[in-house]
Design a protein around this ligand. Structure first.
Ligand code: GLN
Length: 478
């Protein structure tokens, strides 16, 4: 759904924010049993609609006033419980809003509901054991992807223009690819993490789903920026992420192809290690498309790529352990729960989280610390240095998003290599956007394929320009 079109309808009073929300709620009414949502607060929606209508009346509206959206349930909200997809936090009320959420609320965005997810963001399929499994709308045997699986559904069905999830190791980009939408992961520190319940604090980012890149740039304009409450955000000059749209890559050339001068980095080694035929040919096609637009392909060497998943798992497990063990306190005070169900904090976790929790505990216990955790951190620095070097002669890097097609996703969590391509940008903090590229038909099934482009730190405006150009030439807003 096009945000600008919706804005036009709202601005010229062809539709009221209240009716729009009602229409969407009606649409999702019969989907509620499908577990896409954990919480929907009707009173809150009403309040927010009234506020946006007030803004419209006073002519204080902007592009986002009255636009409906949904958030992953990892973001704290003042009036609605924040569960992080877990049983222990099922009635957990937080007294503040996430920073980006406050910014959107002030602009008059309407939060339709909070989406289902993998518990504490650990996982890649949104098969939540407590709030229910989220199915792929195309085929119930396949997964929708995760961990922000609930948030992608309404966007992929063209019901809302954008929704917000979180990306720690690919949780926005992977479901985006599986559902034919764009998944955006910004530079670490571009959007405030205040209010995002932490999984792995050094890698968590707020991510955006949408069907077209213009929507994403409009949302980015609204939610980025320095936040005193999050010391990892950067104090940069306020940017307009739409400023390069429709321009040439090298701004001074007028008549050449739009992406002339763009250097695209591709790792030969990674490419040669893709054994899945369809994924390989997909990447080949994409590189040809980029060449068609005038870009130049450059071969690069990404160091330590084989260790990336291991390092990601070591760091994320350790950080998960230290981040969620604090919820243990809840059990100290919740005696009834303990005596009635004989449940401890550890027992109430899902298997996925339990595994990571256990591994994390082991990894940061005193003598293992140096061997695994600190070593991983050192290699992480080397990986970052290597990327910095690559970006002195490359503008973007192209990688696949996932190494499998949907068919194999049933045993998703057994496969620890799943985050191979996506976790690189989380380890390094680089911005990365996954873009749909192909639809495959197999028997009665439809599968979507995509790819991701990784850019230099804070180069989001340029990445948006590239995707806008690519979108115009090779796919329409589906
Ligand atoms: N599948 C990954 C994990 O379990 C990624 C999760 C995420 O990005 N939140 O760690």
């Amino acid at each position: 759904m096009n945000l600008l079109r919706l804005y036009y309808l709202i601005y010229f009073k062809k539709i009221k924010p209240f009716d729009l929300s009602k229409f969407i709620l009606k649409k999702i009414e019969n989907l509620l049993f499908k577990n896409y949502f954990i919480n929907i607060d009707y009173n809150y929606i009403k309040k927010q609609c009234l506020y946006s209508e007030k803004l419209l009346l006073k002519n204080k509206n902007n592009l986002l006033t009255g636009i409906p959206t949904t958030y992953k349930d990892i973001f704290s909200t003042k009036n609605i419980p924040t569960t992080a997809g877990s049983r222990i936090l099922k009635n957990y009320n937080i007294f503040y809003n996430a920073t980006f959420l406050n910014k959107l609320n002030n602009l008059g965005v309407i939060n339709i509901g909070k989406n289902n997810m993998d518990e504490f963001c650990v996982g890649s399929n949104t098969f939540n054991f407590y709030f229910g499994k989220v199915e792929n709308p195309l085929n119930k045997n396949f997964t929708i992807g995760g961990s922000s699986g609930g948030s992608v559904y309404l966007v992929s069905k063209n019901i809302i223009p954008f929704s917000i999830g979180s990306d720690t190791g690919g949780s926005v980009r992977q479901p985006a690819t599986l559902n034919n939408v764009i998944g955006f992961k910004p530079t670490y520190g571009l959007i405030s993490r205040y209010g995002l319940l932490a999984y792995s604090s050094s890698m968590d980012t707020v991510g955006i789903f949408s069907k077209n890149i213009l929507n994403i740039s409009i949302v980015l304009n609204a939610i980025t920026g320095f936040d005193v409450k999050d010391p990892t955000t950067f104090n940069l000059i306020k940017e307009d992420y739409t400023r390069y749209l429709n321009k040439n890559w090298l701004l001074n050339r007028i008549n050449s192809k739009k992406l002339t001068g763009l250097n695209v980095g591709v790792s030969k080694k990674i490419f040669n290690n893709i054994y899945n035929f369809s994924i390989r040919s997909n990447i080949e096609d994409i590189l040809l498309n980029f060449e068609f637009l005038g870009a130049k392909i450059i071969f690069i060497n990404i160091l330590f790529f084989d260790f990336v998943t291991t390092i990601y798992n070591i760091i994320s497990s350790s950080e998960l352990y230290s981040n969620i063990s604090k919820y243990n306190n809840k059990f100290l005070f919740d005696k009834t729960y303990y005596f009635l169900y004989k449940k401890t904090f550890f027992n109430s976790l899902s298997i996925n989280t339990k595994n990571k929790f256990f591994i994390g505990n082991y990894l940061i216990s005193s003598d293992k610390n140096k061997k695994f955790f600190f070593l991983s951190k050192k290699i992480r620095i080397l990986i970052i240095e290597n990327f910095k070097k690559i970006f002195t002669f490359c503008d973007i890097i192209i990688l696949p998003t996932i190494s499998y097609n949907n068919l194999k996703f049933l045993n998703l969590n057994l496969n620890k290599n799943l985050d191979k391509y996506t976790s690189v940008s989380n380890l390094t903090g680089l911005p990365s956007i996954s873009i749909p590229s192909k639809i495959l038909y197999y028997k009665n099934f439809k599968f979507f394929q995509g790819f991701q482009i990784i850019g230099n730190y804070f180069s989001e405006a340029k990445l948006i320009q590239i995707i806008y150009e690519y979108e115009k030439n090779f796919f329409k807003c589906f």
